[in-house]
Ligand binder design. Structure first.
Ligand code: IPD
Ligand code: CA
Length: 300
């Protein structure tokens, strides 16, 4: 790595298992991201307008929780590629499930589009997220920002990187922030009304105590923002494992202090996910305890 913290893409990765899994995650996520990028104008038009609905969009957990035909296509593409590159591995995907409750051994955890509402509206902040977990612990992962064509990746113990559209690779580190009152926090909201009401009340407590809050609409990219210093911390209740499996590892490998749910918990349990720059992690923990953010926000 040069003094500017970047190196040429032609330099190969090492050969440990975690690194091999990361390289598979990167290849598969980049291919799915290219598919998602090419399909958006075909299905929804070139500008922000949602021009086609009908059979292209359906609802999931609530009427506001969308799944598009492209989410389904992206997940199928990822499943097909993993079946070729890693035959026999278990896969848990947001749209078609699989892997059941079993977290034993190696499984791939896939979000084919994280930020589907943004994808639908043409807000250019959505990602493909692919992680490899062993016994429920993320050991490798990739998050590809579809519109920016940027790839965040990590292998456990080997750091986190950002590869830009130009092909430059840079190592990721969290910001050296030390004061929560000067921290930029990212967050997100679930799709159910009861959870949203509780999340809104928490924001009312936290917003006056920090620099500001961002809600960009893609949990995996929120976690990568903490890794790259575009945010100082991120928190959200009630994520699915596909939302955090890759991004939490990328944040951890960039130096963040990360709290994730137990591997068997689901979105309905409403557990808290946090990634914080290390210099504010203790103070943020204390703030979250004070305002009741440690408690789960279950979906009722
Ligand atoms: C959602 C996004 C959003 C977060 C929600 C997630 P989806 O994922 O990550 O930012 O706030 O909790 O469900 O539905 O776009 O895959
Ligand atoms: Ca999704």
């Amino acid at each position: 790595m040069d003094a500017a913290g970047s190196r040429d893409t032609t330099q190969g990765f090492g050969d440990t298992e975690a690194q091999r899994l990361r390289d598979v995650a990167v290849a598969v996520a980049q291919e799915a991201a290219a598919h998602v990028r090419s399909r958006r104008p075909e299905v929804f038009g070139t500008v922000g307008k949602v021009v086609a609905h009908g059979s292209s969009v359906a609802s999931k957990s609530t009427p506001t929780d969308p799944v598009t035909v492209v989410d389904t296509e992206s997940e199928q593409l990822i499943r097909d590629r993993l079946a070729t590159l890693r035959p026999g591995d278990a896969i848990l995907g947001e749209e078609t499930g699989g892997a059941g409750d079993s977290v034993a051994g190696l499984r791939w955890v896939v979000d084919p589009i994280d930020g589907t509402v943004n994808f639908l509206y043409g807000v250019p902040t959505y990602a493909v997220s692919v992680a490899a977990q062993i016994d429920g612990v993320s050991v490798a992962g990739a998050v590809v920002d579809v519109a920016a064509q940027a790839t965040y990746a990590a292998a456990r113990g080997y750091g986190a990187t950002l590869t830009t559209v130009e092909g430059r690779i840079g190592g990721l580190r969290c910001n050296p922030v030390t004061d929560v009152s000067m921290a930029l926090l990212a967050t997100g909201f679930g799709y159910g009304t009861a959870r949203r009401k509780a999340q809104g009340a928490l924001i009312g407590e936290i917003l006056p105590r920090v620099r500001d809050i961002r809600r960009i609409g893609s949990a995996s990219l929120d976690l990568c923002m903490v890794a790259s210093g575009r945010a100082d911390a991120y928190f959200e209740h009630g994520l699915g494992p596909w939302d955090w499996a890759a991004g939490s590892l990328i944040a951890t490998e960039a130096g963040a202090r990360v709290r994730i749910p137990s591997p068997r918990s689901s979105s309905a349990d409403g557990d808290l996910v946090v990634a914080a720059a290390p210099g504010i992690a203790d103070e943020l923990d204390a703030l979250f305890t004070e305002v009741g953010a440690d408690d789960p926000i279950r979906e009722t």
